[in-house]
Design a protein around this ligand. Structure first.
Ligand code: SF4
Length: 195
């Protein structure tokens, strides 16, 4: 396993823990995304670190599609380039398995507010359409109810590689940096030009 694959492997390990935490939270709270929604991906101000998109970039490299995705980003506006409005099924992410950490955390995690209370990071659709579950969850997470804490997960991500994990960028910029990192690694360090 080379250095980039090892990094992506570590990130995927963290994602696995996060997904398990989210499943536990969703289980006790009943909070879930509306089928086929994907509206959170349309937010124009999503920020992410390049590191959380390293698994995505490696997958793109394996498919020899780096140039295609860099071109897509070049043409894209602020909406995440991975979003596909025509995608059938539960959501609109065209690379759900390799989505970033922010994509996993949003809706199913907490932050501390200025009163040092935990509050859910979620959307108005969940707040409105699942109001009883939402209010119950908000109460319980301050009484020991398990929920992933976004800042903790980002601290762990930074710990994997501060260079790629510490800074947040608009989502398409983060994806582009991840793709360029993988691209130059395979080009310069392995002698295998990227796809
Ligand atoms: S990577 Fe997928 S889940 Fe994340 S913002 Fe983009 S479309 Fe949405």
């Amino acid at each position: 396993m080379n250095r980039i694959e090892a990094l992506a492997h570590h990130v995927e390990g963290l994602f696995k823990e996060l997904d398990d935490d989210i499943a536990r939270f969703s289980g006790w709270s009943g909070i879930h995304c509306a089928f086929g929604c994907g509206k959170c991906c349309l937010k124009p101000d999503i920020e992410a670190s390049p590191l959380e998109f390293l698994p995505f970039a490696l997958e793109v490299h394996r498919r020899k599609e780096v140039a295609i995705w860099l071109e897509k980003i070049q043409q894209a506006g602020a909406t995440c380039v991975v979003y596909d409005e025509h995608q059938p099924g539960a959501g609109k992410c065209s690379s759900y398995l390799h989505r970033g950490m922010i994509c996993r955390l949003f809706g199913f995690s907490a932050r501390r507010n200025k009163y040092n209370k935990r509050e859910m990071i979620t959307c108005s659709i969940i707040k409105d359409e699942q109001s009883a579950n939402f209010e119950n969850a908000e109460e319980k997470i301050n009484d020991g109810g398990e929920i992933p804490v976004a800042a903790d997960y980002y601290a762990r991500l930074r710990g994997i590689d501060p260079g790629l994990g510490a800074q947040l960028f608009p989502v398409n910029q983060a994806i582009r940096t991840a793709l360029e990192t993988v691209d130059s690694f395979f080009y310069y360090e392995s002698g295998h030009p990227a796809g």
